[in-house]
Design a protein around this ligand. Sequence first.
Ligand SMILES: [Mn+2]
Length: 350
Amino acid sequence: MEQVEKVREYLTNNNLDALLVSDKADQYYLANFTGDDGFVVIDSKNIYIVTDARFFEQIKVESPNSTIVNIVQTPLADFISNSYKSIAIESDSLLAADYQTIVDTGIKIESANLLVKKLRMHKSPEEIALIKKAAEITDKVYDHIVKFIKIGMTEKEVANEIEYFGKKLGAQALSFETIVASGIRSSYPHGNATDKKIDEGDVVTLDFGFVYKNYFSDITRTVAMGSIDSEMKKVYEAVLSAEEAGMKFAPMVETFGDLDRVVRGHIEDSGYGEYFNHGTGHGLGLVCHDYPTIRRSNNDQLESNIVFTVEPGIYLPGKAGVRIEDDMYVNDKGESVRLTNSTNELIIIK
Ligand SMILES: [Mn+2]
């Protein structure tokens, strides 16, 4: 497998014997391991899965090229220190307790946090096709929910329908807890659904996503219930123009930091800069909020076939907020390709 070879290249270049993979998405990516407890260890010759008997049968089916190490008989630190003199770890996911047992063996430890995340960032055509399937589910759910949502319903009723409908369409899971934030609650960027009733004049932010064959989608739309005031219309237009600019200029900018500057610039020009209080978006793949985080300080090149979200928002405290989010990538021809295709124009629900 090409990705495993890239890991081995890194180990050789850095004089390291093995990589201890503790991140779940990285474990799936490199070893097809889906168990929720265990470790993957990659060295110059083998892929080991260090885990307990609960997962042995599934590993034989899912990861036939790997070697099982029974963690009950051979604890992780013993396996590592018996086999290697040095090891790379993922310090953003390895538990401190596990780390300490490896430190205690005295072998050389180096952090290789972004190694696999940067490999995962570049998507194969097969991976893009799976994210597209996940995104198509979100589009169908949005299409359904704008007909379903009515004044007087609670946020939870709407969230339940989103979740039920997406699963009915074949989603494996939710990407995250569904956000339905109405009226004043729409000014909370991440307001999970509550028992609040949706009122006439509310804007409602719907942020949801579904997993399809382990790949995630993520969409946000803000709808208006009946009439909304002129300021919120202005806010909506500002967010929409920033989002459109982000998707349009993504093929032309150098880095993800530059993309953030383009989107943020539009919001600042509208006069609402101080109310856009989060990053422009994030990578999307085997994790919803995946690497990279799209913010000013990110100097990663915005290359082709990296799937990410563009999701500016404006949140007026004590009043309301608007966020619009789509999933996209830049293809090999340098074209911007949207994976979510729901209309981003303001929908007014009567
Ligand atoms: Mn998102």
